[in-house]
Unconditional design. Structure first.
Ligand code: SF4
Ligand code: SF4
Ligand code: SF4
Length: 494
């Protein structure tokens, strides 16, 4: 193996495109030491494991009252909001800690640290024709899991045992997939959280691990960052650091950083929204995932309105379905929003594209994909804002719940009688303004990103670029206004 050059003296760093980030924080000695250590990210995954199994145990053995049970309080009042915050600010930060993928990978590799070549898996390859669906499968599974969560009222929160079952479902799905398929097939295609983390995380400031000098990779004989070898495994997410151009699929596991014999991998940070505005390669599946997740976010607003409740009750009576939410209106509202997004882009494209052969005006995918990337910050802010009533109202109860996860008589530090059970972080009257602030930030980010995207990618496909700017701005403003009006109508309903 070639000797590692001192990265602080290496002046050969070249970036290839204007969108490539240039700040490599792995050049800081402390960060470099951390990333080289086998304790990273092992320690984080272990911490995630401890909390996850505590959630499962508390779900079965803890307090029967949902608002007092660690499983429900932690998962629905704290974790989901923090997971979204981490995603929109960092990117795939959650995947670093994630106990589901982490635990399954330990078993698949028969190792905690990833050293060695042994593995316990049938090593099947995900079929290419399924792979074309990409993140749409993950978004679909997220929608399915959310329906089940609503039906069983797990996050209301309902019976704590349902939260434990949700965690066990994720564990079982991850373990089965890791044992059947190679590497992190589960994370790329099946994990219900992956689409949310991927597309909402495009706003984040961590660009991921990338080659410092991509030209060096072209002549690298080892390709140790992506190939399995006797001393370890290649990138579990199938990412080649030399060609990564967005943070969509880098799980931040640092394996490529540890294994590159030429010290040619860095951890890059970027200005917020870079992976929305400037990836040189956009994915249609990610665009549809944005449209579907926006549909889900809108459903979760609409479901707080009395008109929706009446519709849902009527459908359940008519179809003899046992309870809210009826699958027909649930899927119908989500698909309607996605169809309106797709149809709106199609009509705009037809009306505004360049005169001449269709190829010169760009295909539907060439219009739809970048415009949905532009919409992704607003979608992410909508999902986050929907969590705020629970976060502001109950997050402090996580502390006494954690101090007494099994509902013992008094719990640690008298947790069962703690005043934190009843203390709010934000007054009820301030919940809606905070939701509007979050959605306003998402709207501003989407307007900015879409303006940049239109200028850089769509102007060349039309004779009327000003009209494209005006229509896309009006469409984003319209979606933002509709979301804001729904929050006003919901009046802070959790
Ligand atoms: S993709 Fe899913 S299972 Fe994989 S690390 Fe991320 S959250 Fe965990
Ligand atoms: S990142 Fe390192 S191991 Fe991977 S191709 Fe480039 S030089 Fe080779
Ligand atoms: S090996 Fe490197 S490129 Fe692949 S997921 Fe881990 S950090 Fe990202």
């Amino acid at each position: 193996m070639a000797a590692r050059p001192d990265p602080r003296r290496d002046r050969t760093v070249q970036r290839r495109t204007p969108g490539d980030p240039s700040l490599d924080i792995a050049r800081f000695p402390a960060v470099q030491r951390l990333l080289r250590s086998r304790a990273f990210p092992l320690g984080l995954v272990v911490a995630g494991q401890v909390v996850m199994w505590l959630v499962v145990a508390a779900g079965f053995l803890g307090a029967a009252v949902p608002g007092r049970n660690f499983a429900t309080v932690f998962t629905w009042y704290f974790w989901f909001a923090v997971f979204l915050l981490l995603t929109v600010t960092v990117g795939r930060g959650w995947c670093l800690v994630c106990p589901f993928g982490g635990q399954a990978q330990w078993l698949q590799r028969l190792s905690f640290t990833g050293r060695g070549r042994r593995s316990l898996t049938l090593g099947w390859t995900w079929p290419a024709r399924w792979g074309r669906w990409g993140l749409i499968v993950s978004a679909g599974l997220f929608i399915l899991v959310t329906w089940a969560e609503e039906f069983f009222r797990a996050a209301a929160p309902g019976d704590p045992v349902f939260t434990a079952y949700f965690a066990l479902f994720m564990i079982a799905l991850a373990l089965a997939t890791f044992l059947l398929f190679e590497r992190r097939t589960f994370c790329r295609y099946l994990c219900p959280l992956s689409a949310v983390v991927g597309v909402a995380g495009a706003t984040g400031v961590v660009a991921g691990f990338r080659a410092r000098n991509p030209d060096r990779c072209l002549t690298c004989a080892t390709k140790a960052c992506v190939r399995d070898a006797q001393d370890g495994h290649g990138c579990p997410w199938y990412v080649w650091p030399a060609s990564a151009e967005s943070n969509l699929l880098c799980g931040l596991c640092a394996e490529c950083f540890k294994r590159c014999p030429y010290d040619n991998v860095g951890l890059f940070v970027q200005p917020p929204l870079t992976s929305v505005v400037e990836p040189s390669h956009r994915r249609l599946d990610a665009a549809w995932a944005v449209a579907l997740l926006l549909g889900l976010a809108v459903f979760q607003q609409v479901n707080a309105l009395s008109a929706y409740r009446r519709l849902d009750a009527w459908l359940n009576r008519t179809l003899h379905f046992p309870g809210y939410p009826n699958p027909l209106d649930y899927v119908g509202i989500i698909c309607l929003v996605a169809a309106v997004a797709g149809g709106g882009v199609w009509l705009t494209m037809r009306a505004l594209r360049r005169e001449g052969p269709p190829a010169e005006g760009g295909s539907f995918a060439q219009w739809f994909t970048p415009l949905m990337y532009g919409l992704s910050p607003l979608m992410a802010s909508d999902i986050l804002a929907r969590q705020l009533p629970k976060l502001w109202g109950h997050v402090l109860s996580v502390l006494p719940a954690a101090a007494n996860p099994f509902a013992l008589h008094r719990g640690l530090w008298g947790a069962s009688a703690s005043p934190l059970w009843h203390l709010r972080l934000v007054a009820p009257g301030a919940v809606v303004p905070t939701q509007l602030v979050v959605v306003g930030a998402g709207l501003a980010a989407s307007l900015y990103a879409t303006a940049r995207i239109v200028r850089g990618e769509l102007d060349g496909m039309t004779d009327r670029p000003r009209l494209v700017h005006a229509v896309s701005t009006a469409a984003i403003l319209g979606v933002g206004a509709a979301i804001a009006l729904l929050y006003l109508a919901m009046r802070g309903t959790p």
